[in-house]
Structure formats: C-alpha cells, structure tokens
Design a binder for this molecule. Structure first.
Ligand SMILES: [Zn+2]
Length: 243
C-alpha cells in the first residue's frame, strides 16, 4: 500500500485557513490527502474583536478560538491541526520555533503547501508567516540540516487569497473548483463566531472566483459549471512534459 498524499497549510491565525483555503482542504481531504494545518497563533489579540468586546480574558479568548478552529478543522476533514500558540499582533518565531516548523514540514512531506500573500500592509503577521514558510521550506530541503533525516522535495507554495485583495499585490494564477465541498466550507466558516461579518463576504468571494474559473476553463462556452471556487497564486514554476 502506498502512503497517502499529504498537504500542509501554514496559517498565521486560527481562522485564516478557513476563509482562505477551507475549500481546498475539504476537497483534498475527500480525495484522500492527509491535510495538516499549522496554526501559528489563535489570532487572540488581533482577530477576535467581538470576543474582547464581550469582556473575555486573554485565556478565554484563546480557548474559544482554539475550540472554533478545532470544530472548523473537523468539518473540513483536517488530518492534524498543529497549534503552535506563539501569540499574535505581532506574531514572532524564534529559532527553536522555526525548527519545530521545519520538523513538521519534514514529517508531513507535503505534496503542496498553502500560505498567505507575500505582502499585506494591513496585517504584517500574514506576510511574516509567508516569509517564515519560505525560510522553513528552504531549511527542510537542505541536506546539511539534521543530516540523515528525510529532506523535503520541492512542493509548490500556493498563496491563498488575502483580505483586500488588490492592496496585497496578490494575483491568482490557479482557480480550484470547490463546489462539491462548498457546504463543508460554509459550515466551517459558521464555526467562526468571532467573525460573523465574514461569512457572507467569503461566500461572495467564492462565487466571484467561480466566475473566473468558468471564464478560464471554457465553462462559459458550454463547459461544466462552477458555483464556488478559490483562487491561489503559485510561487514556483511548474515542470511539465506536455503543455
Ligand atoms: Zn489572520
């Protein structure tokens, strides 16, 4: 029996993986991929405004956000949710934190990785996370890092869709049809009670991306329909045998 395919999502805060690539997670989970999500923080300070307004303590906010992330991960079929609990606004990883992420990357051996846009002036935690993802991916590929361990191949790093897309210099080059798993993504979003205002917003984003999917797949010329999609920007070139 061959080992199952794997994928790794690196999410700065607890909810990011839900809005931005929940469909990709659910779709690949249904295909048999073991999808690991590394949550570097719970977004307890910066992305939990409603919970603070309700008067919760820091620990309560973190506990609520962890529970929401676990429930969402469950709905999406996440194989392993790794919560690093490193704090947010600002997020910071020291050398030992980075090495833990490198260890996780090597352990998962992902066929592809997902992370934030490279630029985000509204949320430096997001672009910092992508810088860390690139750095840790590089270290995991190095034969001289912990020699004898299984080095990483060359998984694509897809950047998922940020908020305020045009301000981030994010330009999608890949559209994924997530229509078959849309109900799971919507259900996962509805576990994020601290950010109710985003449920419908990210439903509309998925509908817009479905339009782009159809425009670029021939769907508008009689091809198959697509009702919901997610967009991604790939960092690395593709290597192909046929165009
Ligand atoms: Zn975030």
């Amino acid at each position: 029996m061959t080992a199952p395919k794997t994928a790794l999502v690196i999410s700065a805060h607890a909810a990011d993986f839900v809005w931005r690539c929940g469909g990709a997670i659910a779709l690949h989970a249904e295909m048999g991929y073991q999808v690991t999500v590394a949550c570097l923080s719970f977004g307890e300070r910066g992305e939990s405004a409603r919970l603070w307004k309700e008067g919760n303590s820091l620990q309560q906010v973190k506990d609520i956000r962890r529970a929401e992330a676990e429930a969402a991960a469950d709905v999406l079929g996440v194989h392993h949710l790794a919560c690093f609990d490193l704090g947010d606004y600002p997020l910071h990883l020291d050398q030992s934190d980075k090495m833990k992420l490198v260890d996780l990357i090597r352990k998962v051996q992902p066929a592809f990785m997902l992370c934030h846009s490279q630029y985000d002036p509204y949320n430096t935690d997001h672009m910092y996370t992508t810088q860390i993802a690139l750095e840790c991916r590089m270290i995991a590929q190095a034969w001289g890092h912990n020699p004898g361990g299984k080095v990483l191949g060359a998984p694509q790093l897809y950047l998922f869709e940020p908020h305020q897309t045009e301000q981030m210099g994010w330009k999608p080059d890949t559209f994924l049809d997530i229509t078959p798993v849309w109900d799971k993504k919507r259900a996962a979003m509805e576990h994020m009670n601290g950010q109710v205002h985003l449920w419908d917003y990210y439903t509309r984003v998925a509908q817009q991306r479905a339009n782009h999917f159809k425009r670029n797949s021939g769907g508008m010329s009689g091809g198959r329909d697509c009702k919901y999609a997610e967009g991604f920007q790939s960092i690395f070139p593709r290597t192909v045998d046929e165009l």
